[in-house]
Design a protein around this ligand. Structure first.
Ligand SMILES: [Zn+2]
Length: 118
């Protein structure tokens, strides 16, 4: 399934599952190759977009309970400046993964994943 939050595999360790979109309480998002999900800890930061102080729906979590006022389950539920930051982080991560791919892959795992699909 292709979604707006699709993240390319990590260009360093090749993991397709570990890259996660993360943020705190500010309109600043980053993608992390989460060690919690077996990743290597690599990160790509998005841009910060200023906005008013927000108390609701500033975190993105597709698995949050429905009706949560704290988490947005889709990027569309985020406040605009948070959504822009989230998209910039996704773009930064995928841009780097694409560059690594074009250069033949920096990591063995990434190259191996590509070969499987060929
Ligand atoms: Zn990684």
């Amino acid at each position: 399934m292709t979604t707006e939050t699709d993240l390319l595999p990590c260009p360093f360790c090749g993991s397709a599952d570990a890259p996660r979109l993360e943020n705190t309480h500010t309109a600043s998002f980053w993608v992390s190759c989460s060690e919690e999900y077996g990743g290597c800890g690599a990160q790509a930061s998005g841009q910060f977009f200023p906005g008013p102080s927000r108390l609701t729906r500033f975190c993105y979590d597709p698995e949050a309970p429905e009706g949560s006022t704290f988490y947005a389950r889709t990027l569309g539920e985020l406040h605009p400046e948070y959504r822009r930051s989230a998209k910039s982080a996704i773009a930064a991560w995928n841009r780097r993964a694409n560059v690594a791919q074009q250069q033949g892959g920096r990591a063995d795992g990434f190259a191996a994943n590509r070969q499987k699909g060929e």
